[in-house]
Design a binder for this molecule. Structure first.
Ligand SMILES: Cc1cc2nc3c(=O)[nH]c(=O)nc-3n(C[C@H](O)[C@H](O)[C@H](O)COP(=O)(O)OP(=O)(O)OC[C@H]3O[C@@H](n4cnc5c(N)ncnc54)[C@H](O)[C@@H]3O)c2cc1C
Length: 479
């Protein structure tokens, strides 16, 4: 059996200046929050540690990515790269084997299974020190060197706070400067599968966006309604690339030296793709081979060059970097071959409300599409200056949070501390997860999030001067 080591109680409780406990509030119980809690509890033997996960839905381990209840929505990363523990790459595979799931390390598990895996891993380190609080945190106030964490009905104190609030809903769709008004046919939240499932069996649906969330929406709609039709539309009309059935070894490559520009970086990738091809190695291995170097390269780019990367090269990178599982890609090809799915390039020209349905004009297509639903799959919103999330608004107002200069999320230091309004670190306030994209670029997938969670847990535990377990949290096989 594979288990996590349980913390052994320290001989004496540690005394803290603010009381008997070091209290950590983790805001958000998706993958980022749960991995942070696992690391805190697993790395510390301190009986004075208290970890509270505040999760709006009350159910931890799911978040947006793993909260789907459609088993056809697969991970877009192979099992062997999705372990909760970077130093135990086989952990998810072992868990899958023990629980009667796929044994194949190259497999792409259903995303709902990954939620169960995270829940199981949390349960193994959970003890009296963990509390799960159902409810949305809408304010955090710095008071006398610690924080008040406020929800609608409660205020609790914390010595450290970790923002693991994850993805924001997509920005509203805008046409001619006006937001699309609410309508019965308008699905503003692409992760609300219930809104898709009530559609008629023969509905035509316009999906705005062609990324991985749009692909999920298409799979649910067309698998559950064999007579439905979907029109996907995005500016370029490009679907994510697909993984190939067997992964090849990452192409290890030198990174450019000296001053770096976005164009130089793009040239470098193209050169490497050509060099790899001469050895019979595909472009996927080049993209995967750059994974570890991506954040250091991003940090070397001056701000203007990061802007140029976003404007000119990011799209090409993203469709190749975030890929569909082969099974999902095969389904999508199948729908296209059957004529049930069209993928179009171009913007929405107009959307006319016709009561129970809408008429959508796309690019310069001569005829409008009559659709029973239009789904906003334009991707998670990142610009916190335009967010109406009460917590983000409050944190900005209090000077505890600043947007990163590219408006991809929030400004953080390398150690995960938030940068306050005067450009200084806010001691005790950290972020883990997609909100750090502006600082790190690669900050959305599990391989990066698990490393962030471990690093932030270490920094928090170092503040408590509490007895720490030596080494990383890891799965062990008892003799
Ligand atoms: C559809 C989709 C599929 C993905 N698939 C993969 C994949 O296969 N592999 C991979 O490596 N990565 C994948 N990702 C990337 C994903 O970003 C990460 O893997 C990870 O799930 C991010 O988790 P998170 O906890 O940061 O964010 P989220 O999943 O967004 O979770 C945030 C949680 O915080 C809660 N919350 C937010 N604000 C508050 C508040 N104020 N108070 C209380 N609770 C709050 C929310 O209710 C939510 O449960 C996917 C992303 C998406 C969107």
């Amino acid at each position: 059996m594979v288990t996590h080591p349980r913390p052994t109680p320290a001989a004496k409780p540690t005394a803290y200046p603010g009381g008997d406990h070091h209290r950590v509030a983790v805001i958000g119980g998706g993958a980022s929050g749960v991995l942070t809690a696992i690391n805190l509890l697993g790395r510390s033997a301190d009986p004075g540690l208290r970890v509270e996960i505040h999760e709006a839905t009350g159910i931890v381990g799911r978040g947006i990515a793993y909260g789907t209840n459609d088993a056809r929505h697969l991970l877009n990363v192979r099992s062997r790269h999705m372990s909760a523990f970077p130093d135990v790459p086989s952990d998810l595979i072992e868990w899958a084997r023990r629980t009667g799931r796929s044994l194949d390390p190259q497999a792409f598990l259903p995303r709902l299974d990954f939620a169960t895996y995270l829940q199981d891993r949390l349960a193994e380190v959970a003890d009296h020190r963990l509390r799960i609080c159902a409810g949305r945190v809408d304010d955090v106030v710095a008071v006398d060197g610690c924080f008040e964490v406020r929800t609608a009905g409660d205020v609790s104190r914390a010595d450290s706070v970790v923002l693991a609030h994850g993805h924001q809903r997509p920005r509203p769709l805008v046409l001619d400067g006006d937001q699309l008004p609410p309508a019965s046919w308008y699905v503003a939240d692409p992760w609300d599968l219930g809104a898709l499932r009530v559609l008629a069996d023969d509905a035509t649906v316009v999906v705005v966006g062609t990324g991985l969330t749009a692909v999920d929406v298409v799979v649910t709609l067309l698998e559950e309604g064999p007579r439905r039709r979907v029109v996907m539309v995005s500016r370029r009309g490009r679907l994510p690339a697909a993984h190939v059935a067997a992964s090849s070894t990452a192409w290890v490559q030198p990174v450019p030296e000296g001053p770096l520009t976005a164009d130089l970086l793009a040239d470098h990738v193209r050169d490497q793709v050509r060099a790899a091809a001469t050895q019979g190695v595909g472009w996927r291995a080049v993209v995967d081979g750059l994974r570890a170097a991506t954040t250091p390269l991003w940090k070397r780019l001056p701000l203007d060059e990061r802007r140029r990367f976003l404007a000119v090269h990011a799209h090409e990178w993203e469709v190749r970097r975030h890929r569909m599982a082969p099974e999902v890609a095969a389904r999508i090809r199948g729908y296209q071959d059957e004529g049930r799915l069209s993928v179009l390039a171009g913007g929405l020209t107009s959307v006319a409300d016709r009561g129970g349905h809408c008429e959508v004009r796309i690019g310069d297509l001569p005829t409008a599409v009559t659709a029973q639903a239009l789904v906003n799959c334009t991707g998670p919103a990142t610009d916190v200056t335009r967010s109406d999330d009460p917590l983000l608004l409050a944190l900005r107002e209090r000077g505890l949070l600043t947007p990163d200069p590219l408006l991809l999320g929030i400004d953080t230091l390398d150690g995960g501390e938030l940068v306050g309004e005067h450009g200084e670190a806010v001691p005790g306030l950290y972020a883990v997860g997609p909100s750090r994209k502006g600082t790190l670029w690669e900050s959305t997938a599990i391989p990066e999030i698990r490393a962030q969670a471990a690093a932030v847990a270490d920094r928090i535990l170092a503040r408590t001067s509490s007895p720490a377990r030596s080494g990383a949290v890891r799965a062990v096989t008892p003799a």
